[in-house]
Design a protein around this ligand. Sequence first.
Ligand SMILES: *Cc1c(COP(=O)(O)O)cnc(C)c1O
Length: 382
Amino acid sequence: MNALHKHTPPLLPFTRPLIDEETIQAVAEVLRSGWLASGPKVAQLEAELSRYCGGRPVRVETSATAGLEMALLACGIGAGDEVITPALSFVATANVIRRVGAHPVFVDVGLDSRNIDLQAAAAAITPRTRAILPVHFAGLPCDMDALYALASRHRLRVIEDAAHAIGSSWRGRRIGSFGDLVVFSFHPNKNMTTIEGGAICGGSAEELKLIELHRWHGLVKSGPDAFDALLPGGKSNLSDVAAAVGLGQLRRLEEFNAKRRELVARYYECWGTEAPVRLPERGDAGHSWHVFTPLLPLEELRISRFEFMEAMKERGIGVGVHYPAIHLYSAYRALGYRAGQFPNAERIGRETVTLPLFPAMQLSDVERVVSAVEAVLRGARR
Ligand SMILES: *Cc1c(COP(=O)(O)O)cnc(C)c1O
């Protein structure tokens, strides 16, 4: 046993950003340039992201959370309005709805897709509904035809939480290159990073103007030596240091996402027909695979998810949880939500584990994870 432990490989985390030397050099140049806040690098990142998204306007900001909040404000959504959103996502997806004063109306998600159930969304529409805020979970696009058909039938704005989905496409069309307002995240765990950061893609001319005002104090130039504040804006502009990181990441995004797809293909190969876990919907080549999140067969096990995670850690493998169901958090129970309302979201929230997936991983790492999962589960059956 001790001999075995001596050869335990270093911890394989569930994710790790890949920053190359060229990017580190580019950051050093910005630091020496004397211009650190929003400047030429931010302008360049917006231009390159816009090119990546089919020429649509792009506004970068300090996070996807800030981007989603500003997108809602720009659509004029506030007190008395309802926004339909999935019960399974990162909590920010729903928090932003409340932060602008509107009411989040949760609906369930597909058990394997993790994406919003659009029939349930249709049934949740009321005269107060103003928008749908779906998530492309793990980078698997929602059914965009059905989503936008529903939205246009009821004259709803769509704000896409595309935090997981930079580089995803729906039937050959990149997420962000069409649709209403599409918000990406560049947090270090996401498919590309600016350390902290996000981008809004799309929007009408009027909405873009409002986003710019909310992003920077509400200020506009009103004369050669004068500014006017048109509204009480916040401050969510990205720095040039962060933008330099983003430019280095965007250059390699296609390569990163290809590697993610290759690693996931290995997971599916290893677990073709008799997976010991419930695999997520596989999607097609348009899936950008932000996370790989199977479900544990907890009802067949003597151990809890936490004990599973601890056992994986003992084998040198980091495991995450993405995510608990949002409506069961205290802040949402306070609105009257309760257990039993969204069975798929609740089951996923209980059973999901995030297995390692990041571009610097090797195919042999996938095999190591697969063996460890099998060993832990084998020893834990009832
Ligand atoms: C990460 C994430 C966010 C928030 O992104 P930040 O850039 O960290 O603000 C929002 N929604 C989802 C689904 C996310 O995974």
